[in-house]
Design a protein around this ligand. Structure first.
Ligand code: NAD
Length: 326
């Protein structure tokens, strides 16, 4: 749009995830990738050759050519890079967490709002097909249990596991439970790195719901699951397998037109459990997330994973961190 009707997008930070940003952006027809930048010039050149787009050795030059940028650098650099991009009048997509402190996150949001720029944050699970399926089911959880476990990886260790992994579940839970947080308890341990590697947190909401979150990056097995319990219903969501299963207790034998399974429980007073595993239309969550960014720019609408929601998730994450560090 700087010169014509196409949205020119630049990608900043082309490491592990930046590579996938380039891959997915190159499949979106409404935009043009105008270039990339990475402080590691060897990596920049490699990605430039792979995607056949120019690489810049000067960030400012890329920003001047871009209408919007994806910031996929390590968390500690998000603020510095995002501020430069906003100064050059670019819309910004920042990978999660928005920043590692609230002051800088609020400054970015204020600046983006004042300049009429879109700010979207990479809370990708909002675009997970299983979570989209969950949103179609009315649910009022009283208890939520989430597990996000990953094997050790050298990447992401610059921030505690709460900012790296748990923040995904915090963001999801805050979007489900629209109630004030009244208490948080937490514990965590530094096992292999200098920051917290495994953490557990219990969040109590004013409406009575309790969320128990566990995140680890020193696990043998990978797991990304969330279980939601409410009166007469249990839903289990697997973010990795992108599946959703629902169990509903009914006192009368349900008349079920679909092929749902009905389980009989109890002797004297029979109850029935209706088991439903909806078929979920799969899509690439990153592609959907980036398309949403493009759509938000084109329609001047606030993205789902906007700066405000990202700040709310960051506030809770930092509170958990401070409780553990006390
Ligand atoms: P990475 O280390 O693989 O890549 C980071 C790249 O940024 C490197 O190539 C590095 O040279 C470059 N870089 C560092 N500082 C820079 C700067 N100031 N300007 C330009 N380039 C710079 O890391 P990654 O795993 O790709 O993570 C990047 C970001 O993505 C982090 O914020 C991380 O939290 C986030 N992330 C999000 C998800 C998700 O599920 N949404 C998954 C993984 C990572």
């Amino acid at each position: 749009m700087k010169n014509d009707a196409t949205i020119h997008i630049g990608v900043i930070g082309v490491g592990h995830l930046g590579n996938f940003h380039l891959k997915q952006f190159s499949k979106i027809s409404e935009i043009s990738l105008c270039g990339l930048y990475d402080i590691n010039e060897i990596r920049a050149k490699e990605m430039s050759e792979l995607y056949n787009i120019p690489y810049f050795t000067n960030l400012q030059k890329l920003l001047k050519k871009s209408d919007a940028v994806s910031i996929v650098t390590p968390t500690f650099s998000h603020y510095e890079v995002a501020e430069k991009a906003l100064n050059e009048d670019c819309h910004i997509f920042i990978e999660k967490p928005i920043t590692d402190d609230l002051y800088h996150a609020s400054k970015l949001l204020k600046k983006a709002n004042n300049n009429n720029k879109i700010i979207q944050v990479g809370h990708i699970e909002q675009f997970n097909p299983a979570f989209i399926a969950l949103k179609k089911i009315k649910n009022y959880p009283r208890f939520i249990e989430s597990h996000r476990l990953a094997p050790f990886n050298i990447r992401g260790n610059d921030v505690p596991v709460i900012l790296d992994l748990m923040i995904h579940d915090i963001d999801i839970i805050l979007s489900i439970i629209k109630s004030k947080i009244i208490n948080i308890r937490a514990n965590g341990v530094r096992v292999t790195s200098d920051t917290i590697d495994i953490a557990n947190s219990r969040i109590e909401f004013e409406n009575g719901c309790i969320a128990n979150l566990t995140a680890s990056r020193i696990s043998q097995k990978e797991m990304r699951k969330m279980r939601l319990f409410e009166k007469k219903s249990y839903i289990t969501l697997d973010f990795m397998k992108e599946t959703l299963e629902e169990y509903k207790v009914c006192s009368k034998k349900p008349i079920d037109s679909s092929n749902n399974q009905i389980i009989e429980i109890g002797n004297e007073q029979k109850k029935y459990v209706l088991y439903n595993k909806p078929s979920i239309k799969k899509h690439n969550a990153l592609k959907e997330e980036l398309k949403h960014f493009v759509h938000s720019i084109k329609s001047s609408t606030i993205p789902i994973t906007n700066g405000n929601n990202a700040i709310n998730a960051l506030r809770v994450a930092l509170k958990i961190q401070s409780i553990i560090d006390k």
